[in-house]
Design a protein around this ligand. Sequence first.
Ligand SMILES: [Zn+2]
Length: 161
Amino acid sequence: MAGSNQVYDVVKDFGATQTDAMGNKYTANQATYNSKNNRLQLTLSTGSNSSLDLFAHELKHMYQFEIGEISLGLTESGGNANLIKGNLLFYDLTDEFEAYKRGDLFGANEQIMSASEVITKKGYDDRIPIGPFNAVNHPEAAKIRLNPQSYADKYNVAFRL
Ligand SMILES: [Zn+2]
């Protein structure tokens, strides 16, 4: 990634920390595309579960972005992409499965065994496709290549080809 023309950034945002009904504070790290400075941004919050494994999880998403395996929402949209015809462009549960596996290498013990377990064990929305969808195998890959910005706008995401 050091040789990439994409700039990757780590930003601290203590306001992103989430608090539950008991007052416990939870880390809410996120990888998003900041269109104000054109940097892929890893936003780090603080919380009781702040740890290297969550950081490693988001770094995996950044690497997936680098190689065209994932599309990521915009920082100014809170990372939310548009679901169109059952997909989120290149984002899918397989990307999350791989990121949780990376987290396990750095001390997490999620024991998620498949992409579908990302829904059952981590509570992800079951409308997110299993995938993997990426810049190569997406059903509209050829059309995306011809006019990538129109797809970025339609899905409200950023991606690399
Ligand atoms: Zn993730």
